[in-house]
Design a binder for this molecule. Sequence first.
Ligand SMILES: [Zn+2]
Length: 162
Amino acid sequence: MLYNNLGKRTILLTPEVLATFSKYQQTGAKTEAGGYLIGQEFGGQLVVEVATEPGADDIRKSFFFKRNKNRGQKFVDEIWKASGRKMIIAGEWHSHPEKFPTPSKTDIRESMKSFAKGHFPLGFMLIVIVGKKAIVHSWVGIQNKSGLFKINRIGYQFWRDD
Ligand SMILES: [Zn+2]
């Protein structure tokens, strides 16, 4: 799926990333899940190629998800080195038990904190919240130093809309 990055450049979520989101949609009694988004820039377009999956040491509940920051950071560092310093951390994702997800007050606070504490080489952090409906209805936004802003999907839709 292709997104407009606040009127500058574009962001592409690859089918592999969308497949990982699908796997953790909170249908039935599944708990919240999440991870990091990793990608690289090609001619100004951010291509998100990996969504890390929840690990055993993440805390997962129905309405709550907390990443193990140490394990996550280690993985991000490994990918960065293995890719010849091309693949970088682009953001974070998590699931919500809602059909059409929106960031909670906690999400808004945590997103600001993550951005302030972390090192995001692109100068922004991509935030994706996956709901219970089709992946195309995910909430996608940009956290930068000014706040958290929803961004819009453009172009072709590479995913089912049902
Ligand atoms: Zn949330």
